[in-house]
Design a protein around this ligand. Structure first.
Ligand code: FMN
Length: 320
């Protein structure tokens, strides 16, 4: 059982926010495979105030898509307050502030990981969000801007602001995605605070999830890249934590059925043209590690229609 905010999850495993990835159909697919709590992609505070088509799409959800976290990307207290007012019409369970994104297009606008540079500023901003929000608030941070030792103070300032949990990616901003996750520094964060810590980074398998728990003492783990083309990871982690055994990997039939189900869900959500484009990366992820798949993968950019994609999936099936 993992409790944070008003939620009690039966497993301490969540789907991390991923921009361009964790859309409604992706969340729903992962939920079918045992993911209990999922985040939306980050929503830029600017665009939420004029609710662009893209923002509405990011926020599209349904009654079965719960419990759900919405993540905001902002640095201005007034704007975040307005965002929260707009979000009162949405049904969700956790509001997260992104203080983690290291991408240049975000940091050049002084958002995301830039909030790690000043604990005072982060604390003030989080206090406003916590005070104004009608749902419990979390913050997603990295271990620091350029020094993993900053993690403790950043987490403590978030705790002081009243967040119900911190989600910590175990790298600094300047590390981006390089190197391995810093388990020792994550443990220091966990030891410093008395709110739940959700650890993120390199949870690519059940064994790595267990390593994260064992070495950091985290209360829960967030899975991001490890779920791409691999929704089975949620049950694998759960089973491994409970029994020490890893369930069998999906059969070829199950793998192909899941690819088709996922692609169907994309078609329903995005329509034919965009679903084909958006599923191309997933085709690569689902077929990772399969023998002799390179010629098929090389053709993925030429897949233009729904039928082309279904034919390619069938060819993949026949190759297995
Ligand atoms: C494609 C992609 C998009 C991401 N988008 C977000 C985002 O919108 N908000 C956020 O807080 N983190 C984002 N992240 C970071 C992840 O949530 C996670 O913390 C990071 O990938 C480390 O976990 P992993 O090793 O399990 O991938 C993103 C990561 C990836 C790979």
């Amino acid at each position: 059982m993992f409790k944070f905010g008003n939620l009690s999850l039966s497993t301490p495993i969540i789907l991390a926010p991923m921009a361009g990835i964790t859309s409604y159909p992706v969340r729903m697919l992962n939920r079918r495979f045992g993911c209990e709590f999922a985040f939306t992609e980050m929503v830029d505070a600017n665009s939420l105030n004029y609710t662009s088509r893209k923002t509405i799409e990011i926020l599209r959800t349904g009654s079965e898509d719960r419990p759900l976290g919405i993540q905001l990307l902002g640095n201005d207290a007034d704007q975040l307050r307005q965002n929260i007012d707009i979000l009162r019409d949405w049904e969700f369970d956790i509001l997260d502030l992104n203080a983690a994104c290291p991408q240049r297009k975000v940091t050049r606008r002084d958002k995301g990981a830039c909030l790690l540079k000043s604990t005072r500023r982060l604390n003030k901003l989080l206090k406003v969000v916590v005070k104004h929000s009608h749902v419990p608030v979390t913050v997603k941070i990295r271990l620091g801007w350029d020094d993993p030792e900053q993690g403790r103070d950043i987490a403590l300032c978030a705790q002081d602001a009243g967040v119900c949990a911190v989600i910590v990616h175990g790298r600094t901003k300047i590390q981006m995605f390089t190197g391995t996750v810093d388990y020792a520094s994550l443990k220091k964060v966990k030891d410093a605070v008395n709110i739940p810590v959700i650890a993120s980074g390199d949870v690519f398998s059940a064994q790595l999830a267990k390593k994260m728990f064992d070495e950091t003492g985290a209360d829960a783990v967030a899975v991001a890249r490890g779920s791409l083309g691999n929704p089975w990871i949620f049950k694998e982690i759960e089973t491994f934590l409970k029994t020490g055994k890893i369930p069998l990997r999906p059969s070829s039939d199950e793998l192909v059925q899941t690819m088709k189900l996922h692609f169907d869900m994309f078609n329903e959500f995005y329509g034919e043209q965009r679903s084909v484009v958006n599923f191309r990366s997933f085709f690569i992820w689902y077929t990772r590690g399969a023998v002799g798949v390179r010629p098929l993968r090389n053709r993925i950019s030429q897949v233009k229609t729904k039928q082309d994609m279904l034919d390619l999936i069938d060819e993949f099936r026949n190759n297995l």
